[in-house]
Ligand binder design. Sequence first.
Ligand code: KIV
Ligand code: ZN
Length: 390
Amino acid sequence: MSKDIVQIFDTTLRDGEQVPGCKLDREQKLVIAERLDSLGVNIIEAGFPVSSPGDFQSVEAIAKLVKNATVCGLTRAVKNDIEVAAEALKHAKIPRIHTGIGTSDSHIKHKFNSNRDAIIERAVAAVSYAKTFVEDVEFYAEDAGRTDNEFLARVCEAVVKAGATVLNIPDTTGYCLPDEYGAKIKYLRENVKGIDKATLSCHCHNDLGLATANSIAGVINGARQIECTINGIGERAGNTSLEEVVMIMRQHPGLNLDTTINSKLLYDTSLMVSRKMGMMVQPNKAIVGANAFAHSSGIHQDGVIKNRETYEIIDPADVGVTESSIVLTARSGRAALAYRAKIVGYELTKTQLDQVYQEFLKYADVKKEVKDDDIHQIIETSKIDLQSIS
Ligand code: KIV
Ligand code: ZN
């Protein structure tokens, strides 16, 4: 049975760029956009054109440059925002306007001092106006995660009727639990008239560390687009991480879901975004962190040397990492030492290994990590007969 394709909507250049202190200039944005296009993302959210002349120019330049992906611009449910976004996107091969408004009681009361009916009217007016410029209009119900499902369904039904092609259900504050978010998507699928005319989209924030889990719960329950960023960067604790959702779907064939992402470019893309944004990736970050394929305990190293799959669920080459690394520390065993010693040019006999291992442990107790250079030194200073090393 062929797998359902989940659209990957990358918002590194919009929600991702909202990280404090991580401004990108236009050239940097263009390089990243080109890479996202080669990576195989389906939609690139290039920016929020009305927010500044610089953002407008970046969105316009990205729209001209991108060859395959849809290029999208964010707006509020405000006429001028929509006009400015349409102008910035006019050279895009496939343009999309992403418009919307807050739908939770908190947003309706505190942000808009309004009421539910008036919010629906504004939502419909925004989508209808955006439709006069482009065919592809995505609607976001901001703070949908905390919006009452019945009202959310009313909003969705009204905007689908007005022509929305995609319904974005953001968990703006990262509050939902996976079951709750999944149930919300299911409820909308079952209760919004005309839902078959639109794609449901997950846009999850990571305030409780649940962005990835929530997005996956969303697609299991029928959403077919995930909004995400490289390295999971974004407002506050960040957005859903692109590399995580892509690899979850790929590593779990039972989900019967896949994406068009060329996963071999993931590691390199992560490095590129991290360097351009000056934002380090935490070493234990899933898929792309420096330690994602590093093994340091003796038991694990022994297993991985015998067969990589004992402790790795992803072949590092599938995400563009050249090889698993065996990191030598005081917790490493003889198997790991022999393995690395061989890589740097020493095939040790069992007796030699026993001797070198004692020297190695003394060294490793002082140093956090024993590097290849250190292995030369340890072997050279061990009291073993170097001549007999084959
Ligand atoms: O988190 C959010 O609700 C958003 C919307 C503007 C789509 O980023
Ligand atoms: Zn967001």
